[in-house]
Design a protein. Structure first.
Length: 367
């Protein structure tokens, strides 16, 4: 089913405005508070009901239930834009897109229902223009990047995408038996005595970790997505489809059980680091036995905002990701061999000068 949001005033397409956090009509300027809008789900459509408040009618939200065909053999679905009738070709994971002919924002509601319905969403706080300006400033700060890259004039595309994540609440229990030492040395006559004391150390901890994120899309680079953290969870909203209007969005490829081993490894390290932080003041610590048990308490399916930036430099495409809430940018820019050589030369010259200064201070000859 295709859902498109029409302005009740003028009938133009509406899209989510990251500046105001509301559904906005560029044609007449009308804004709609998404949090006060009725939530629309698959069950309502299947029952044929449109139990919306008086502010919204069938003409406000168009769903196109009968105009799609399924091509399971290609993992591609065909839908039709309600505005212009153009065919929308999407892959099986797309939940929101834009019509390539008329530009209308399109939400595919049947991929956002049941087990595929997100519990929460962090809406975009940074719009496309702000993302572009922030990326240009970031490019100019690269001390070792080529001058041509720093000009930031080869941006090929900037795409706003809601990436599927799982947010885990986890319990971590750790038990450690360790042998620790304290070493001291002292003089005794003509001898230097080293004395080593041994201690048996035991720790048992019970820790809770809330909202640990793991991206659930097979298309996204896990390393990039991890580096985009942190997200601020005070902006988590109850999911409502209008937040996706005007952006791209995808559903998850992996459920919470499939991704549990990955989040378990991550929280294993958290528990281990915490235990190590409680064992201090010793010269050495050796674990005799360590047992860490991670249990999933809850996992919520959520959507996080990401700007994907494609930059064309010297006939090579470089992909960067920007946190659509905080503006944090991650990715590997190209490096300038000349700047790197100059940097090392500068370090070498500074080191040589420092050595000469020390020699002069100590009264030695110049090298």
């Amino acid at each position: 089913m295709v859902v498109q949001y029409k302005c009740p005033n003028c009938g133009a397409d509406m899209a989510f405005d990251s500046t105001t956090g509301m559904l906005h009509c560029d044609s007449c300027g009308r804004d709609e508070n998404i949090e006060s809008m009725p939530k629309m789900d698959q069950d309502n459509y299947n029952e044929g009901s449109n139990q919306n408040s008086n502010r919204y009618t069938d003409n406000d939200f168009h769903n196109n239930e009968n105009n799609h065909q399924h091509f399971s053999e290609n993992d591609v679905n065909e839908y039709h834009c309600k505005n212009c009738g153009a065919v929308l070709i999407t892959d099986k994971d797309t939940t929101a897109t834009t019509c390539s002919f008329c530009g209308a924002g399109v939400v595919i509601s049947d991929r956002l229902s049941g087990d595929l319905a997100p519990a929460k969403v962090i809406p975009f706080s940074i719009n496309k223009q702000q993302a572009q300006e922030a990326f240009k400033k970031w490019c100019k700060k690269g001390l070792l990047t080529p001058k041509g890259f720093m000009n930031a004039d080869r941006i090929k595309s900037i795409t706003g995408l809601y990436v599927p994540f799982w947010l885990y609440d986890l319990n971590g229990r750790g038990e450690v038996d360790a042998t620790c030492t304290k070493v001291r040395s002292y003089s005794q006559g003509e001898y230097i005595v080293t004395e080593t004391s041994y201690f048996n150390v035991y720790r048992q901890v019970d820790l809770n970790y809330l909202k640990v994120p793991v991206d659930a899309s097979e298309k996204m680079n896990d390393e990039l997505m991890d580096k985009l953290e942190p997200y601020h969870y005070d902006n988590l909203k109850e999911f409502n489809m209008p937040y996706l209007a005007g952006y791209l969005a995808e559903k998850y490829n992996y459920d919470d059980q499939a991704l549990f081993p990955r989040v378990k490894d991550r929280v294993d390290d958290y528990v281990d680091d915490f235990i190590r932080s409680t064992i201090s003041g010793y010269s050495s610590t050796t674990y005799n036995q360590k047992n860490i048990n991670i249990r999933e308490r809850k996992a919520d399916y959520v959507l996080f905002p990401v700007w994907m930036v494609c930059y064309d430099y010297k006939k090579s495409e470089h992909t960067f990701a920007m946190n659509g809430q905080t503006g944090k940018i991650v990715g590997k820019p190209p490096l300038s061999a000349g700047k790197i050589a100059a940097w090392f030369s500068g370090i070498s010259a500074a080191s040589l000068l420092l050595i000469k200064i020390i020699i002069v201070i100590m009264g030695g000859p110049w090298l």
